[in-house]
Design a protein around this ligand. Structure first.
Ligand code: FES
Length: 104
């Protein structure tokens, strides 16, 4: 069953950087890229870095600590040193609001 939670205004998003949201104590980074709006875990799978602070290029965010690349669309690793993907979350936009399905 889906559990869509309103986490942000679409107007809060901008291309080239992520924003952090914390619905129900989850730490999630949201990114707006050419392919749409996507949400992945904010914590890097390699260390204690926040991906919302990373540089965004194309569909990838670069971890600010050791420059691993994660695909914001599904959390997969595009380039090490990280080896584990980060969780990704379904996103939908409705009436200018951003929703994440926390039950997925
Ligand atoms: Fe993110 Fe090392 S903490 S790549």
């Amino acid at each position: 069953m889906s559990q869509w939670i309103d986490v942000a205004a679409e107007a809060d998003l901008f291309e080239g950087a992520g924003i952090a949201v914390t619905p129900q104590d989850q730490d999630i980074a949201i990114f707006k890229v050419d392919d749409g709006v996507f949400a992945i875990n904010n914590d890097c799978s390699h260390g204690n870095a926040k991906l919302c602070e990373g540089f965004v290029e194309g569909n990838y965010v670069e971890c600010p600590f050791h420059q691993a690349l994660f695909d914001v669309r599904d959390g997969t690793v595009g380039c090490g040193p990280a080896t584990e993907p980060v969780k990704s979350w379904p996103v939908k936009i409705e009436a200018g609001r951003v929703y994440i399905d926390l039950a997925s």
